[in-house]
Design a protein around this ligand. Sequence first.
Ligand SMILES: *Cc1c(COP(=O)(O)O)cnc(C)c1O
Length: 374
Amino acid sequence: MIPFNKPYMTGRELWYIAQAHSKGHLSGDGEFTRKCHAWLESQTRASKALLTHSCTAALEMAALLLDLEAGDEVIMPSYTFVSTANAFVLRGAVPVFVDVRQDTLNIDETLIEAAITPRTKAICVVHYAGVACEMNVIMDIASRHGLAVVEDAAQGIMSSYHGRPLGTIGDLGALSFHETKNIISGEGGALLCRDSTLAERAEIIREKGTNRSRFFRGQVDKYTWVDRGSSFLPGEITAAFLSAQMAEADEITSKRMAIWDRYHAWAKSHEDAGRVRRPIVPEGCVQNAHMYYLLLPDLESRAAFIARMKERGVQTVFHYVPLHSAPAGMELGRTSGSMDVTNSISDNLVRLPLWIGIEDLMDQVFQASDESLA
Ligand SMILES: *Cc1c(COP(=O)(O)O)cnc(C)c1O
């Protein structure tokens, strides 16, 4: 069976972990964490990057930083992973779901203003498949209505929007290094602060609400409890693994892009024949080949495709159950406007295997797919 995902290792992870081991600093914020922060800050030009134990944790930090209160509303797509909503729900906020665009499957920016109420505090965008949302329009809406913008850039490392790395356009951005993403550490993530305004408080919230980081920089003479917070930082073993991956981020991205390009070229004849729709990457968006998906005509044809691929030894998957139709989403959130596009893509989308090492197996995947679509 050709698996849907296979985590890529550069070969240097254990060497870096051995160094962390021999240094004997295993808790967070040691040398490897600092190396990862420096890499992220130079890669993204964020004013501050902070490793977290997941993207979920980074989103929870963002919700804390925005000082959300019970009943505050956060506008977001319904077609996303559960953490996008849960991070805000944990603060008592209400997710307000709006539909996504047909082309990118990202939040439809033309529907955002209609979802704004006096309780709206923020917009949380999701850059699906590492392809940017229409951020110029979204940032303009946010500034006219005095709203914060959080980017769920879990899938967006190494992607950009008109030259700006994803996760650094809104006030705060959240990255994931989960093993299903492009750059990995098993579980892992990072919070990006676009400018310095929220950065100092982000450090405090990440360190259990203490000013420990300032203490270690010699900026205060004792460290103490100064704010709300929790423990959001990973240990050095995780950071050591991650730094091996970061060192190869360009190579990883170009290898994934080569696979993505092959899928895209192969799928063209099926698109021309009306059997599938391929991903669309708008002008100005540089994507990172996080995902290759196809849109099939309906739920039945997708189920048949997945079953036929499985018979032919290729694992393909679908996602997401739209949050507005999930039990917790119905209880804790609400929709604004129709969810037609969301409902339809959640029935029709299928993801094909995309991992470094699949190159030699792609003819087999293409043949299985050709037969499964015929
Ligand atoms: C993967 C993912 C997350 C969660 O990332 P974790 O690091 O596993 O917490 C959140 N949002 C989106 C859109 C994702 O794809």
